[in-house]
Design a protein around this ligand. Sequence first.
Ligand code: SF4
Length: 468
Amino acid sequence: MDKYLKQSLSIDAAKNRRPTTRRPRAAAATASADIEDLASPSGCRAVAGPTTAAAAVRAELLRWYDANRRDLPWRRAAEPPAGSGSGRGEEQRAYAVWVSEVMLQQTRVPVVVDYYSRWMARWPTVDSLAAATQEEVNEMWAGLGYYRRARFLLEGAKQIVEKGEFPRTASTLREVRGIGDYTAGAIASIAFNEVVPVVDGNVVRVISRFYAIPDNPKESSTLTGELVDPSRPGDFNQAMMELGATLCSKTKPGCSQCPVSSHCQALALSSQNASVKVTDFPRVVPKAKPRSDFAAVCVVQISQGFGEGIAEAEGKDNLFLLIKRPEEGLLAGLWEFPSVLVNEGKTDTLNRRKEMDKYLKQLLSIDVARRSSVILREDVGQHVHIFSHIRLTMFVELMILNLKDDGEELCKEGPDSTKLRLINENAVQSMGLTSGIRKVYNMVKVFKEKRLKEQSQVPTRKRSRRLK
Ligand code: SF4
């Protein structure tokens, strides 16, 4: 414990305070729970007895969790049915925990509830998911972002089905594609009752405050592991995460209602010294500034020239060209409108169009200008999309083409026809397009509606250009 106290005394917020290793008031006032017992190696080894401080923390935390936990669909799914034994029931719970935990990474609970329910209705078992296609999974995932997660879920499901059984321990779960320490710990402890820790950002914050460790503690996993309740590991882990997500929030912790406040070292330090706040723990590390990228995006709409089959399809005048992104890297394997990166100093219309024409020619192996007449080509506007490490400014233009010959052949002529697709408006709505691409599409839609309105106010013979 002395080590953590020394660290905590070194933080900026504590610089006006005289260092002390005296037991904090709040902790000293508690007869059954001494924080130092929890953190010292000897204290950790002694946590098995019901009268120890660790046992008191577990009991208080679990009592609070039982009374206050949020009713979430994946928690219901993870509950063992009355009288059930081991086997498929546990595997079913493991699948539910896995899907929910993957969705919850980077996404807020209220958003996940809806996605989770729809996902489980469509693919209620790992076997049913393994039979899905990447396209179907992307469609379901559309709007959740971080599409790598969806890809890994599918690949992981295929791996598990091929193996014939759901891995039951954290170490074997980590062998599944896309499952890291966090997800492995969650599945193993919640579904299979393994006594392993689950450490997400919320738990790191709780542990940092609980032990008054100012820097993001590498020992979080070890410290949490030493606290995990041996009889209810899954509930304990969920209780820690729930505490971090609700009471022990980043900026406004509700310490007065916290079930473990009498053991909390940061709270004890703050009560000793007014210049120390519990929110000083953990120390905030400034985020690296995202890189700025610029892209020319061309929404290519094909207006005419289709054979009978496609002409019969709904929205024949509103077919859009989509391109599949490479299978590796940002937004891997997802569909988008033709996009090309441009340098920051070359985002003017002339240069963007030059780059886009070059790209389309290379992409389709045809000269679009020769094979078609351009009915309309106009800038629509800009959209900024923020990825975790990139700030992408998209310069969006709409190009409506009237093909001079059979448009059906258009996508077959590219170097790789599997990466090109013409879709109608309905498909744009239902496909697994990223939220950035959807916003681009909506911008174009609004632009066209505005232009149509303008045109309707002009006498017919004066209309030089047509919008469908
Ligand atoms: S007492 Fe406050 S700071 Fe400490 S764990 Fe509880 S909510 Fe977090």
